[in-house]
Design a protein around this ligand. Sequence first.
Ligand SMILES: Cc1cc2nc3c(=O)[nH]c(=O)nc-3n(C[C@H](O)[C@H](O)[C@H](O)COP(=O)(O)OP(=O)(O)OC[C@H]3O[C@@H](n4cnc5c(N)ncnc54)[C@H](O)[C@@H]3O)c2cc1C
Length: 637
Amino acid sequence: MTLDSKIPPGPIEKKWDTHRFNLKLVNPANKRKYHIIVVGTGLAGASAAASLAELGFNVTALCYHESPRRAHSIAAQGGINAPKNYTNDGDSVWRLFYDTVKGGDYRAREANVYRLAQVSGNIIDQCVAQGVPFAREYGGLLDNRSFGGAQVSRTFYARGQTGQQLLLGAYSSLSRQIGEGNIKYYDRREMLDLVVVDGKARGVIVRDLTTGKLERISGHAVVLATGGYGNTFYLSTMAKASNATAIWRAHRKGAYFGNPCFTQIHPTCIPQGGDYQSKLTLMSESLRNDGRIWVPKKKGDTRRPGEIPEDERDYYLERLYPSFGNLVPRDVASRRAKEMCDNGYGVGSTKLAVYLDFEDAIKRLGREKIVEKYGNLFDMYHEITAEDPYKTPMRIYPAVHYTMGGLWVDYNLMSTIPGLYVIGEANFSDHGANRLGASALMQGLADGYFVLPYTIGDYLAGTKFESVTTDAPAFNDTESAVRQQIKKLMSVNGKRTVDEFHRALGKIMWDNVGMGRNKAGLQKAIEAIRQLRDEFWKDVKLVGTDDSLNNELERAARLVDFLELGELMARDALHREESCGGHFREEFQTEEGEAKRNDKQFAYVAAWEFSGTGNEPKLHKEPLEFEYVKPSQRSYK
Ligand SMILES: Cc1cc2nc3c(=O)[nH]c(=O)nc-3n(C[C@H](O)[C@H](O)[C@H](O)COP(=O)(O)OP(=O)(O)OC[C@H]3O[C@@H](n4cnc5c(N)ncnc54)[C@H](O)[C@@H]3O)c2cc1C
């Protein structure tokens, strides 16, 4: 199959408008004849389901949580970007477009990024109309702050709880449509496989997590809005339940996987405290607006931070990157923090931390202002570490946070399986090799509110559908395969717990496919993951039964997918012999230790085709062309 990104022709500013005009429409009276299945009700899924139902389509929405309000999106702290230019500091659609293409280290599609920047302003209007309480400044306008990789303030926020407030907005729209009868909503349902009939996505098999019953749902199109796969690393800032099952099983059914190795490591997380920790906590990037990052100038300094005088501190980001200072993009800030710790300047008991210090900001702005801007984040830090960040600097270290990779989609957000759409963090997205802060919420909501509702209609209007009911052979076969896998998992009856295996996978991934990658390490990781997968199938121990609530079984089934995806991530990282954004191959760096791209050979999206567990996947390439933002060595100096 040749990859067709379906990027519309014409000047970039006109592409989306022209495309929208050219897309086929479904007559309002016919919309109710189409049934769309939306899997996942985080920001991307809830906004899509509500918008599609509002248009008149029949929608089934499902998620594995007991409420859409528990989606991982609720954790988003810092904010959402839009170039409204309320601060009059020179922002524009072009600047957001430029910053995002450059921030992603020239590995994203220009046309998609431009569209994202274009529709982002509408998201803010939509959310304000829903009642999302964005922070306001004295004059009454919505307030803005800065995020990494930008020299303007374009981030809209609701204290440190932006995701929660946006999700409540999307949830209220979703609820309205559930109330209207246009959305059938099922919670505690996990999609375990995609049903493909005559090459088209026509349904899903889900497990009722409370009763263990397998259920079949058929439709004309399926939308996956199932979030990211950072938990392949076991420890990450993602919600514990976030997983790759929906996208991985769709991948096994023919959906190509785009840039699986592009993982974002966030520089400001609370450092790991011990071997039995199961979760890492983010300290929002917004803190870098006012917090200053530093380490002692003396190696192995054991003095308390307050005892280290100003001239014995190295504010290394301000020193190395005077233009952007503490607000360099995440990949850059993370690598520098690691480098400081690797070179012996780390702080705290493990020496795997650097300081994020608010002393100057408190002196300048006053404690009250800091409480107002970041109070909940400071409280969270205090509760977890028992240290008071108003008095002593926070200790922070990079952690896995977001996955730029995901299922490959064309400009219309359709995967390589006709009728299967993928939105939000689950797709390979618009962020290239590194996502800038506050742009995941923007992308998820752009996809759900403003892109998919147009593009899916074109597919429905232009496709001839055979009638498919849930007793079709494809449903029987898919359900039976799912059932067999569950039985197989339950019957291993070994000695090691699911978490033991997951922790082992996480260690392989972090050590070899994490912040620094190299050929030997990646080859080692592939072998180690294969071996771990074999051990898993011989020695995993599950308790309970499969006909009732069984968290252990849920986790085991998700781990099966992580164990396959981890190998693909390592393979992708191995084949990409360059450094770009968050993908840092130690062999390819500039003299100053920055990522060194190889545009000649690698200016493409790597889209992998599944060819059986343990078999070498097939690589397809979507070439990337940069007509408007010319690739150059990224500089934040
Ligand atoms: C701590 C933290 C802070 C962040 N802060 C910001 C920020 O300030 N700004 C920003 O732009 N981004 C931020 N991000 C990133 C952003 O929050 C996420 O990328 C975004 O919310 C993802 O939204 P989503 O709708 O794609 O997926 P999710 O919110 O992960 O939703 C996935 C949904 O899919 C469902 N699901 C998954 N698999 C299945 C299945 N197999 N069957 C059924 N249902 C399934 C889940 O139940 C859930 O409803 C942050 C991320 C973290 C971890």
